[in-house]
Design a protein around this ligand. Sequence first.
Ligand code: ADP
Length: 210
Amino acid sequence: MIRKIVILGAPGSGKGTQAKKLQKEFGWNHISTGDILRSEIEKKSDVGAKVEQFVNEGKLVPDDIIIELIKKRLSGNKAQTGFILDGFPRNVVQAEKLNRILDNLKINLDAVLLIDVDENEIIKRISKRFVCENCGPVIVDNADDKKCPHCGGKLYRREDDTPKTVKHRLEVFEKQTRSLINYYKGRNLFKSVNGNGSIDEVYERIKAAL
Ligand code: ADP
């Protein structure tokens, strides 16, 4: 069974949601650079202070910072039981750095998986995306009362889910991550799945592709 994968997709494509499902079913370690950065910001660590403005404005944080964080997560034998890299790499420089890190650890990637979603669908999804104080990320059709439909908990917006920042994140994706997709397309590890549809539909497609 495939165990070491990179998951690629635009903001709002469902990378994090699908990676969490894979982690739950197969026990692979979900490594999300977005989650790591948000937790550093929340902890008010030195790294958090360095990256906060980039993240909140929807810009890529400097490569050297993100590469150090990834190295730490993959070092020792943490990567041996399998992992899903979500949010890294995001440009070709990061991908080449990842190749070197994995070579040093004698690890081969099993797949690079693109979750392909229409841009209109992405904008629609992000506008419904909230964070519940109890359940974490949730999709809410009508958030007028700012309450979670599952538990009644308070709903927040992710700091970088404002319309202006979302637009910027989509531009960054088109400018930097598209060329990364083309870079991986030339290799036989690359797989693409249609990411439109329900969470479960997309999850079944992912498992079939893997
Ligand atoms: P999304 O994929 O929905 O934009 P993420 O949670 O993956 O959300 O990332 C949120 C933010 O974290 C990005 O907009 C960027 O500022 C930062 N970030 C995450 N991964 C990387 C990375 N590999 N390189 C640079 N910045 C990153």
